[in-house]
Design a protein around this ligand. Sequence first.
Ligand SMILES: Cc1cc2nc3c(=O)[nH]c(=O)nc-3n(C[C@H](O)[C@H](O)[C@H](O)COP(=O)(O)O)c2cc1C
Length: 202
Amino acid sequence: MTQQFHDQPLAAAALDQIFNEARSYNGWLDKDISEAQLEAIYDLLKMAPTSANMQSLRIVWVKSTEAKQKLADCVMQGNKSKVLTAPASAIICYDMDFHEELPWLFPHADAKSWFEGNEEFRVESAFRNSSLQGAYLILAARALGLDCGPLSGFDSDAVQQAFLSDQPRHRVNFICCIGYGDPESIFDRSPRPDFDKFNLIV
Ligand SMILES: Cc1cc2nc3c(=O)[nH]c(=O)nc-3n(C[C@H](O)[C@H](O)[C@H](O)COP(=O)(O)O)c2cc1C
């Protein structure tokens, strides 16, 4: 296959949709999203890079009314209505035994052996890469015309018990509500730092 060169910036409208004008939503328009849209998000995010292509992200998609109620019982008071009314919420998890999949995910090296017998390294790698993939999920959803509301205000043990009892090697990272954001639900944009504030070119 010929590798295409993509060496031009995206159109300004695309950058606005993904970054400059995209917001974190606290409320949702009454407009459902389909399972096909959830799959489309995954099919984009999985193409973005992870260490040794480990793909340590595991997602539980909360879509049914029953599952939304179960999730609402696990989140902080201020986040309950968000997960109850969002068309879908992604529980962003990581697999501490992701290395078992490396023989097919990274076939040109024996990457599985790099992680065997070193659980601390595995957990650090799984968490790092699932965080990256969670961020890719937000950008993929926005690129597809959807909005996100990420949440870390929840009881991890409760989520673990409610959704991951059959996956003891999976851990929760964060939750991301997805849908069409209600513009009435956002606060004024918080300040963002200028380049000089937190950057150093050496
Ligand atoms: C990992 C993560 C966890 C967050 N947790 C919560 C949360 O529990 N509750 C909440 O209301 N907002 C939460 N937020 C939303 C942030 O406050 C919001 O993204 C940030 O203020 C930037 O807002 P903006 O994207 O609209 O500019 C979270 C965001 C991220 C990325």
